[in-house]
Design a protein around this ligand. Sequence first.
Ligand code: SIN
Length: 510
Amino acid sequence: MAGYRSAIEAASGGSVLIVTKDDLRESATAYAQGGVAAVLGVDDSPQEHRDDTVAAGGGMCDAESVETVVSEGPARVHELLEWGGNFDREGDALHLTREGGHSRHRVAHAHGDGTGQEFVTTLVRAVQRTPEVTLWEHAFAVDLVIQDGRCAGAIVIRNGRSMVIGAGMTILCTGGAGQIYRETTNPSVATGDGHAMALRAGVAIADMEFVQFHPTTLYVAGAARHLITEATRGEGARLVDEKGDRFVFRYHADGEMAPRDVVSRAIIQHLAMTEGVCAFLDLRHMGEGVKERFPGIHRACSLYNLDITVDRIPVHPSAHYMIGGCITDLDGRTSLPGLLAAGEASASGVHGANRLASNSLLEGLVFGRRAGVLAREEAGAPPDALEIVAPDRPLPPTVLNVADMKNSIKSLMWRYVGVLRTGGGLEVALEQLRTWQAYVHQVNFGSAKALEMQNMLAVAVSVVRGALWRCESRGTHYRTDFPERDDAAFLARGVQGEREGIVERPLGRS
Ligand code: SIN
């Protein structure tokens, strides 16, 4: 989302190359169900959207970023409509749904729960209509190139060949890192490649401890963890345990519509208490119409012989959204001149410690466009002669099983760095990750899958380090050994990358 939106904007200033490691449609955006949150209804106001965003953010939202997203958001959504986006309507008006933490119906969607597909289709079409944009699919960006203290492009592997791409401006829109967890809603491409590249280049990144877990993903043996959108609950679905008890009300007065960190924790704690395996979403009272309203969920459940009008849907929390990333200003600037970031690879400050549902597509559109504008205006000429210098000693060959290593990272992270964390568990995870890093980072694998695994390790370490540093509970980050929010000590960001260790930085733009 952010990448295509920025490319469309930047292209009016020169030529743009998009490097994407899979095919052009594959990203977390394509799997978005709920939709895009924006002030689109007559009964809504920017003030209310701002208040809901800030309330979800646990005291950590950046006021200017929130203001920018909320005020520019509606225009970005209307732009998609002008580009042919086919959103669901109610008469002439857009049909707006509601998700947890929103005080209004303000989430626009498409094809019921197929919002992401429609957004990708619309943006890809717009990119393909833009002659200045070249698109490389199945090309893997390995690392940023830095020349005279400025990002000068990236090393890319394409068709088995490594090359240096010189760029007047580089924009990281590499998405999230949900694949570092065993349970995740994220597609297999979400391996934190941009986060890892930024870390290796010494770019300031922050908020890595804030990994958002989605409370309801399909939990059936053998099934991919298909997201069951929060919009189901917004439209009346009930979250119950094995016995049919709507237990979330015991954890929060808003029950199913409480913020998603609260609901995720309630499920994990309730399952531990009742020795349950999963919770259930009950849509049975909503009638046959749910099949039409949520066709993707209906289809996914049918594959496992679940009829959503007859059966309850087994669900469990899983990793969903990476709030942390490159610290960016309102135009996507990172701490490295020549490098911009937008979308999940960035930490714009909009989400604070906990993202309000469906604000991420909006953030991708708004800050993607702003980064594109800046690139258009400030990109210099690309450096002319860049070449890859081979290492002075050959790197050792390896017999490492990449799939096994990835699974080990995922299991470790789920066990020790999931919805509930403790200092002891985080220390165990860090020590194990460091042990793996000691031999995995020494090897030059050359294949995209293995490079992803190295990136996953780097990102996992930075999540654990952030979580160890933050000795309190706030938003998505919950430490059972520090269950309270501690504003006196932790109303700040933990910054990694620029220097050894974690540097504490006050909130705001200093
Ligand atoms: C959902 O549809 O429940 C997910 C929306 C989001 O994560 O913003």
